[in-house]
Design a protein around this ligand. Structure first.
Ligand code: APR
Ligand code: PHB
Length: 388
């Protein structure tokens, strides 16, 4: 199997196939240092933790991850706790950074002595509709090829796998949002034990964390916002204004990372063509408001891994053929949930008063109705829709 991309999708798939004794080569165009330090999200559904546990790569996750049984929504100057675990039949979420998952998976791969080639850039895919597709890649100044049974396109949104599917068979769906997130890592203990999603007249803010001593915080900004416009003092001032409440204040600390990330929803259908299968950001993107991106990527490779194992062991392609449709059920549920959370919580730049009232009404409904809160909780902890 040829796997393009050593993000969470590619690395988890490689590990899954390793446990079934299936040979894989992982090609990653960046350096190990780069993939292990890229800041991304860090909230794991229970199903994600379960899979990483089964794959024997969750020892540090269980030691260092923070289990959360609820979150808070804040609006109109009040904070409302949503008891996720109570409302979802006992499920919880875990805070553990995506970069740490990547480090754990890379270490496991290296310990097994299996091929994971960094600074290896796949540049062309050939024969995808035949029996032996080919990946062409560049490494150390030379051009190489890898012939395989299956190509897994785990190469993210900007990779080459998705564009290798002929236009005539592809249908894409997308939405751009009129805002972005400015995210920081702060060397300060989180000011709350659980996440706070805050809707305010100044825009959305999120308090999250990485550990008991490191905070992760986000601010809604313009999509074209330049990080240079945000000296540390301005970031803290804005976080205080959006998250502060009478009698409660944020603890500040040195900011060690900051960056602006765009927000978009995107789905490309189908997620397979011939012997190419897309997984993770290569096939779909969600805005970060529900923390679904990483969890979807892991769910994709769980299904893809099972399908490949079945084919390898029994010769049956049934799960491979069903992969795209099965995956898309969950992808679209997460697309809807992420869009819903995003549009409920962010301030619309053009401030249509009718829209604002709808947002507030929706927030009040979630905060006061158990049925509405349960809907949020069920999706937030990870809803598995029936596959047909
Ligand atoms: N050749 C080899 N590797 C490539 C190529 C290429 N042509 N193009 C991209 N890559 C690599 C990227 O460098 C990256 O390391 O593919 C990897 C894709 O990893 P991710 O972007 O982390 O995507 P994925 O594994 O699907 O994980 C999805 O990442 O963006 C977040 O929110 C998202 O949490 C979600 C997760
Ligand atoms: C994060 O901790 O990075 C995070 C948490 C929850 C989100 C998005 C990001 O909804």
């Amino acid at each position: 199997m040829g796997i393009i991309g050593a993000g969470p999708a590619g690395l988890t798939l490689a590990r899954l196939l390793e446990t079934a004794g299936i040979e894989t080569v992982v090609l990653e165009n960046r350096s190990r240092e780069y993939v292990e330090h890229r800041q991304r999200a860090g909230l794991l559904e229970q199903g994600t933790v379960d899979l990483l546990t089964e794959l024997g790569v969750a020892e540090r996750l269980h030691r260092e991850g923070l289990v959360h049984t609820g979150l808070s929504l804040q609006f109109d100057g009040e904070r409302h706790r949503i008891p996720l675990t109570e409302l979802s039949g006992g499920k919880h979420v875990t805070i553990y950074a995506q970069t740490e998952i990547v480090k754990d998976l890379v270490a496991a791969r290296q310990e097994s002595g299996l091929p994971l080639l960094f600074e290896a850039e796949a540049y062309a895919l050939e024969g995808l509709d035949g029996e032996r597709p080919l990946i062409r890649y560049r490494r150390e100044g030379g051009e190489h090829e890898l012939e395989c049974d299956i190509v897994a396109g785990c190469d993210g949104f900007h990779g080459i796998a998705r564009p290798s599917i002929p236009d005539q068979v592809v249908r894409t769906f997308s939405r751009e949002y009129p805002y972005a997130w400015l995210g920081i890592i702060a060397q300060a203990p989180p000011s709350n034990d659980e996440l706070i999603y805050a809707h305010s007249a100044r825009g959305f803010a999120l308090l999250s964390m990485r550990s008991p001593s490191v905070g992760r915080l986000y601010l809604q900004v313009r999509p074209d916002e330049r990080i240079e416009e945000w000296p540390d003092e301005r970031i803290w001032e804005e976080l205080h204004a959006r998250l502060g409440l009478p009698g409660w204040s944020l603890v500040e600390g040195p900011i060690t990372e900051k960056g602006v990330a765009p927000m978009r929803s995107f789905v490309s259908e189908p997620l397979s063509f011939g012997r190419l299968y897309l997984a993770g950001d290569a096939g779909h993107i969600v805005p970060p408001t529900g923390a679904k991106g990483l969890n979807l990527a892991i769910n994709d490779v769980r299904l893809l891994g099972e399908a490949i194992v079945r084919w390898h062991e029994s010769g049956s392609r049934d799960l491979l053929d069903a992969y795209s449709a099965a995956c898309l059920r969950r992808v679209w549920r997460a697309e809807h949930f992420s869009w819903w959370m995003t549009t409920m919580l962010h301030k619309l730049p053009d401030g249509d008063p009718f829209d604002e009232q709808l947002q507030l009404s929706q927030l009040r409904y979630v905060a006061s109705s158990e049925a509405a809160a349960r809907t949020l909780a069920e999706n937030y902890v990870g809803y598995e829709p029936p596959t047909r």
